[in-house]
Write a protein that binds this ligand. Structure first.
Ligand code: ATP
Ligand code: MG
Length: 261
């Protein structure tokens, strides 16, 4: 198997009647790392939420296919079972559910009934992964994300990624709020996932993450569309020059969506 392929075609998404995504096209194959950059408010998180099936985001046109299967027909849990994973820009706090319980039930929800992960195997894997990500073991028994610092939440998202081993992951600003050492650890975790089958979409504002994780493709989102794609050099140019040159090149006057719609 050569991994999964996620195909997003002419995706239009509305939130409460306002069109946010206006025809996104993006294909990610297993083994590839894609970075999506773009000014604030241009629909990057909306794209991530729409792929995962957040109920607030209404797909009005276009398609999302995973290995040819219609993702839009799937419930959120079915999307996860199909191999999709989202690390949210703002991870939710889940009071009353420990990180350990959350991870275990998440893993089991991806397995067949009657084929639950053996407890010892789970604990070993969690311990090893927490060591790898230099996460304090106490975190396993704390309620998920409750009272976690910004950086701890991001590290915990990568713990989930490494424990769940999805086929296709979207990481939304996984680098925001990380200190310099944490950025290295989080990058190390993402790079550990790299193999011929795993596909990844990394939403970021900064080149510094891409210094550690080299993307195969870089895309720029503006006004609810992917307006430019290239290689790692595109991210370097954005870091150096900002977005004005792309706006000029494409004749875009205002990158915000709300005002423009
Ligand atoms: N639940 C919502 N209700 C109303 N408007 C929303 C909602 N979610 C997003 N929007 C609007 O949709 C637009 C795109 O938001 P989105 O979060 O996708 O941007 P983004 O590209 O991820 O920005 P950032 O770089 O700041 O994270 C924004 O104008 C935002 O205000
Ligand atoms: Mg966002």
């Amino acid at each position: 198997m050569a991994g999964s392929t996620l195909e997003i075609k002419d995706l239009h998404v509305e939130i409460e009647g306002l069109e946010i995504l206006k025809g996104v096209n993006l294909t990610i194959k297993g083994g590839e790392f894609h970075a999506v950059m773009g000014p604030n408010g241009t629909g990057k998180s909306t794209l991530a939420s729409a792929v995962m099936g957040h109920p607030k985001y209404e797909v009005t046109k276009g398609s999302i296919l995973l290995d040819g299967e219609d993702v839009l027909e799937m419930e959120v849990d079915e999307r996860a079972q199909a191999g999709l994973f989202l690390a949210m820009q703002y991870p939710s706090e889940i009071s009353g559910v420990t990180t350990s319980d959350f991870l275990r039930s998440s893993i089991n929800s991806l397995r067949e009934e009657g084929d639950e992960i053996p407890l010892m195997q789970f604990i070993k894997k969690m311990d090893e992964t927490m060591d790898y990500l230099e996460i304090d073991k106490n975190m396993a028994q704390r309620y998920l994300n409750e009272g976690f610092s910004g950086g701890e939440k991001k590290r915990n998202e990568i713990l989930q990624l490494m424990m769940l081993e999805p086929a296709m992951a979207i990481l939304d600003e996984i680098d925001s709020g990380l200190d310099i050492d944490a950025l290295k650890v989080v990058s190390k975790g993402i790079n550990k996932m790299r193999n011929e089958e795993f596909g990844c979409l990394i939403i970021t504002h900064y080149q510094r993450l891409l210094d550690y994780i080299t993307p195969d493709h870089v895309h720029v989102m503006m006004q609810g569309r992917v307006v430019k794609s290239g290689g790692p050099e595109l991210a370097e140019r954005l870091e150096a020059e900002g977005y004005d040159w792309i706006k000029e090149e494409l004749g875009i006057e205002d990158e915000t969506i709300g005002q423009n719609a």
